[in-house]
Design a binder for this molecule. Structure first.
Ligand code: GLN
Length: 211
């Protein structure tokens, strides 16, 4: 079972742990560098990105998170987590640090500060049809680089066509919170990415033969 960490400094950690457990992963809360070193993948939960990044710096996790992601550790960020995985952030405090890794520009609280939360349909092209997505003071992807795969956009309404789900290599980010809805397809996609990454790192074990 792949060991998947959930960065547990602030935000909706428990919901991600529950989703991962349901999918047959071995989820663990990550609060310290030693815990991060032991995972096959990491989830960055929704919450408040400015707070999460400060707490991560304080607990000595920011540097290790950056180097882990840079060396290919699979990561999935929802909402605040999407902001953390973005290479560039708009409408953030000027000193807001990021983990980075996905070549996107993300706008914080993009749907309007007055809109605390709303729900919308997003088509991710996954089996089972469009997904019912919950947005809470959510960011959107304002610009995506060439290497970024756009997984989904808002359908209809004032934000029609806005990019809200992306993937670049082993990194996935969504503006919305699939951990809150019981639709496990986004987490399942991420668990698959983690399984493939583990298999690629240990091809002999996977094939059941000696190297
Ligand atoms: N607005 C928050 C931020 O900037 C994100 C909100 C969320 O994760 N639900 O971090």
């Amino acid at each position: 079972r792949p060991v998947i960490g959930v960065l547990a400094l602030q935000g909706d950690v428990r919901e991600h742990l529950a989703a991962l457990l349901e999918l047959g992963a071995d989820p663990v809360a990550v609060r310290r560098p030693e815990e991060l070193a032991a995972v096959d993948g990491v989830v960055l939960p929704g919450g408040e990105s400015t707070t999460i990044v400060k707490l991560a710096a304080r607990s000595g996790l920011l540097g290790p998170l950056r180097s882990a992601v840079r060396s290919g550790l699979p990561a999935y960020g929802s909402c605040a987590g999407m902001i953390l995985l973005a290479d560039r952030i708009l409408d953030a405090p000027p000193d807001q640090e990021t983990i980075g890794g996905i070549d996107v520009t993300v706008r914080r609280n993009a749907f309007g500060r007055q809109i605390d939360s709303f729900e919308s349909v997003v088509d991710l092209g996954l089996d089972g049809g469009p997904l019912h997505a919950v947005f809470i003071r959510a960011p959107w992807v304002e610009e995506a680089g060439e290497g970024v795969e756009v997984l989904g956009r808002v359908v209809g309404g004032a934000a029609d066509g806005r990019i809200v789900a992306v993937r670049q290599g082993n990194l996935v980010a969504t503006s919305f919170h699939p951990e809150l809805t019981g639709d496990r397809r986004v987490h399942a996609l991420f668990v698959d990415i983690v399984r493939s990454s583990v298999a690629a790192a240990h091809p002999a074990e996977q094939a059941g033969t000696a190297a």
